[in-house]
Write a protein that binds this ligand. Structure first.
Ligand SMILES: *[C@@H]1O[C@H](CO)[C@@H](O)[C@H](O)[C@H]1NC(C)=O
Ligand SMILES: [Ca+2]
Length: 353
């Protein structure tokens, strides 16, 4: 942005402001801040809308009706495992019975750079709230078809896990409501702590009422320019709600998509209705393409991320209101000051008589 271009705007802003007496204050720095903040907010929302140009459904990485030959035919792109079975309307990972594990795994390694996965799932069962479990997980990991304690998949996994956790295992649960959806990036040494519902390693999440709903429940995992965004549509309003987001997340290529689930003493039916993978088309600069490939998944500035989770900084909206109220406060102070000054002058005049 060149300097000469911005000056007339500032001049115009100043002359506009001098028209309204309320805003006639000497220091226009606050107002400039306000103006810039509004511009930033507007450009932000525009950027969000235009982030990618197009998306393309990739059938080889998608699981959708009709599930012809799924898990059996040699031409199928998916394998079934454990209790997983296919019906005309869904892939049931586990039935509403104790101690079951089931999974469905893609057979094809995945190499796309920017993508979005829409998962249509259903969790239902006889148990009352908090007498059901344990939930399901969506994966994009180095290993496939493993058994284990993380929603029916191995621990110390390498790659991405998104968990729909329907049972609070930790006793201190007042900090989050269940079912709780969260994500984690495994690097082979990090482990998912089932007794703590994965708190120590999760990269954020949200509560989502996803069990025994009358409407359809969806989640969306978007990976775009190394930013991972998790969104949910669980209220039957056909609208995505933000759940969690991590920037600077680096995921190696050649991993496998999967979905898994496990029941323990408590159970539920855990069904996948579809998993649709879209490739996202993005504008790129040459520098973007020269970016290093990682071998182990990681998040840049992990420490920074953890700080951000613990003590949230001022959001743009908070900043906007802080500035707004500062200006209003200054206005009130000015009026009070004028009144006091007027009284004082009057008193002084009186004293002279
Ligand atoms: C995995 O991540 C943890 C926590 O960030 C770190 O301490 C550990 O060294 C990492 N392991 C590998 C193999 O990179
Ligand atoms: Ca749990």
């Amino acid at each position: 942005m060149d300097v000469t271009g911005t000056t007339p705007t500032l001049d115009r802003l100043t002359s506009f402001l001098s028209l309204c007496p309320m805003f006639r204050i000497k220091n226009i720095r606050e107002l400039t801040f306000l103006f810039i903040t509004v511009c930033m907010l507007m450009s932000q929302s525009l950027a969000d809308e235009q982030e990618f140009m197009e998306d393309f459904l990739k059938r080889e990485f998608s699981l959708a009706k009709p599930y012809r030959g799924l898990g059996f035919s040699s031409s199928s792109q998916w394998d079934l495992m454990g209790t997983a079975l296919v019906t005309p309307d869904y892939v049931r990972l586990t039935p509403d019975l104790q101690s079951r594990q089931g999974a469905v795994w893609s057979r094809i390694p995945f190499f796309l750079r920017d993508w979005e996965l829409k998962v249509h799932f259903k969790i239902s069962g006889q148990g009352k709230k908090n007498f059901n479990g344990d939930g399901l997980a969506i994966w994009l990991t180095k290993d496939r078809m493993q058994n284990g304690p993380v929603f029916g998949n191995m621990n110390q996994f390498v790659g991405l896990g998104v968990f729909v956790d329907t049972y609070p295992n930790a006793e201190k649960t007042h900090d989050r409501a269940f079912p709780y959806i969260s994500m984690m990036l495994g690097n082979g040494t990090l482990s998912y702590d089932h007794d703590q519902d994965g708190r120590s390693a999760d990269l954020g999440g949200c509560a989502a009422m996803v069990r025994n709903t009358v409407h359809d429940t969806f989640l969306l995992i978007r990976y775009l320019n190394n930013r991972l965004t998790l969104m949910v549509d669980v209220d039957g309003k056909q609208e995505w709600k933000d759940c969690a987001e991590v920037t600077g997340l680096r995921l190696p290529k050649g991993y496998f998509f999967g979905a898994s689930s496990a029941t323990g003493d408590l159970s539920d039916n855990h069904d996948i209705i579809s998993m649709k993978l879209y490739e996202l088309m993005v504008h790129r600069t040459p520098e973007d393409d020269e970016e290093e490939e990682v071998i182990i998944p990681r998040v840049d500035n992990m420490e920074q991320f953890q700080v951000a989770v613990e003590e949230e900084g001022m959001s743009t909206v908070q900043f906007f209101f802080t500035i707004l109220f500062s200006i209003l406060g200054l206005g009130v102070l000015a009026v009070v000051g004028l009144v006091v000054y007027g009284r004082w002058k009057e008193n002084r005049r009186k004293r002279f008589y």
